[in-house]
Design a protein around this ligand. Structure first.
Ligand code: GLN
Length: 491
């Protein structure tokens, strides 16, 4: 077995390989997402509700596929082959998007969806394999990894947003593609140092021909390629997407409840508490993901981007701010939780979830208050835009990293991977609802160039999001005692 070589920080050196591979992958993922809605609305001339529906379907499928990719890796491929295959599909997807032809748009996104399903869950699982379960460094290893995600996201949003909007949309998509390939090469070369980690569970079975000399491994690759055109069709069938997303959600909940009843009492209630928190997280992402949807168009139309004598590029600003706040505030939270813990004052996981909604609600209220104060010009100040995101991202840090470790603590050992899939599926459902909420902010074609007239379309809904988010946070506070009881010894 290959030991995890300790770096000077005390973390295994392989962590940095995974860190850089994921960093560049997220660069391309968020770089492309920064451009997506604005490209559809301003270049492809899709009407706004259609743009939101496609964005919602795309992002929902992106986060649904990890269940499939995770399952294939656990049973057949192992994490490493899955990451490589996923990375190749994503690179193809990004390069296809860079082609300025009508067909390339949906095919590019479909490749990215299928590739992400293999890449995202398996690179995260590989991080887990570097540490023993009881290693206290495991949590900080994941925090470092989350930092890599956000450095990539910040750079991607900044650069692709700028190149796409100011120079050429297809160059923006192409730039994202180049860095996906960089991530893939980093993983291909550095991945060898992972030794036995993430290898297929049964390498011989994988190489055995199933029929006509075709092996299980090749069947998985071919089946995934066949999924690409199916995904392309799904994009344009909104009613079918509704049925799929609600159907999958219902099946997942029923399946978990069914399994729970076969567990012993303490484990069952722990699982119930995890399920309730996962359901709440769906609502969180539904509001939060306005960032990659409605807030892109809001930034273009209703935020005053003048600084000094120049105009900042709105897509860059809107997509740089959230990950940049994550990076800065991570340091604060890394200090805050242990400091409160030492004084026995650290909030429980469900209470942190409740705070995340309240903080996010305050953030949306900041946007709303800025709108209310800017009716005459139609442009809110850059400062209030930055300040609103400060609260929203403080909320993210009370739910997103906490949720990951909550899943590993509350799920029975043999269900952790499944529950992790559920955690990402909650993001999928959230993204899907985010598209529907975004479409309530559709601005009629006639007023898109007039900030004074477009502002109210955003203000009304931003106000409601703020109100509902705070309301949900308060509701969750009422549930905290019950959830804590169900969580038993887990905090
Ligand atoms: N921003 C994080 C990432 O890209 C979390 C996304 C999510 O769970 N929806 O990994």
């Amino acid at each position: 077995k290959t030991p995890a070589v300790q770096g000077s920080s005390g973390h295994p050196k392989q962590l940095y390989i995974l860190f850089f591979a994921e960093m560049w992958e997220r660069f391309s993922f968020y770089g492309m997402k920064a451009l997506l809605l604005a490209y559809m609305v301003t270049q492809l001339k899709f009407d706004e509700p259609k743009g939101y529906a496609i964005l919602g379907s795309y992002a929902a499928l992106v986060y649904t596929m990890p269940m499939f990719g995770g399952m294939m890796a656990d049973r057949f491929l192992g994490n490493r082959k899955a990451v490589l295959f996923g990375g190749i599909l994503m690179s193809i997807g990004h390069l296809v998007l860079a082609v300025p032809q009508g067909w390339s748009f949906f095919y590019g996104m479909a490749f990215i969806i299928c590739g992400n399903g293999f890449f995202k869950p398996n690179i995260s699982s590989l991080v887990g394999t570097l540490y023993a379960d009881n290693d206290p460094k495991k949590d900080s290893g994941f925090s470092l990894f989350y930092m890599g995600i956000n450095i990539g996201a910040a750079l991607g949003g900044l650069l692709c947003g700028y190149v796409g909007q100011r120079i050429n949309w297809h160059y923006g998509f192409g730039l994202a593609g180049i860095f996906m390939i960089v991530g893939l090469v980093v993983f291909y070369i550095g991945g060898k140092s992972l030794g036995h980690r993430g290898l297929p569970p049964d390498a011989d079975a994988l190489k055995k021909p199933l029929f006509a000399g075709i092996t299980t491994e090749v069947v998985i690759y071919l089946a995934t390629l066949c999924l690409v055109p199916v995904v392309v069709i799904l994009f344009n069938q909104y009613q079918v997407m509704d049925v799929i997303m609600f159907g999958l959600g219902a099946i997942a909940i029923i399946y978990i409840l069914f399994t729970a009843f076969r567990l012993e009492k303490t484990e069952r209630y722990k699982l119930f508490s995890a399920l309730i928190l996962v359901i709440f997280s769906t609502l969180f992402w539904a509001f939060y993901e306005q960032n990659s949807g409605s807030l892109n168009l809001f930034a273009m139309r209703n935020v005053d981007m003048r600084v000094g004598g120049s105009d900042l590029p709105p897509l860059s600003v809107n997509n740089f701010l959230p990950p940049a706040w994550v990076i800065l505030l991570s340091f604060f939270f890394a200090w805050l939780w242990p400091a409160l813990n030492r004084r026995r004052r650290e909030p429980s996981t469900p209470l942190k979830f409740a705070f995340s909604f309240i903080l996010m609600g305050i953030g949306f209220y900041v946007f709303y208050a800025a709108c209310a104060a800017s009716r005459e010009t139609g442009l809110i100040s850059l400062f209030s835009f930055v300040a609103g995101y400060f609260f929203i991202i403080s909320g993210e840090l009370c739910i997103s990293p906490i949720g990951l470790s909550m899943i590993t603590k509350l799920s029975p050992k043999r269900m952790v991977a499944l529950m992790m899939g559920m955690w990402f599926f909650a993001s999928a459902l959230g993204e899907f609802f985010a598209g529907k909420i975004g479409s309530l902010m559709s601005v009629p074609e006639a007023v898109v160039y007039n900030p004074v007239l477009s502002l109210p379309y955003y203000a009304t809904i931003l106000n409601k999001i703020g109100m509902y988010s705070i309301g949900i946070g308060i509701l969750l506070i009422c549930f905290v005692p019950l959830i804590r009881k169900w969580m038993s010894d887990v905090r």
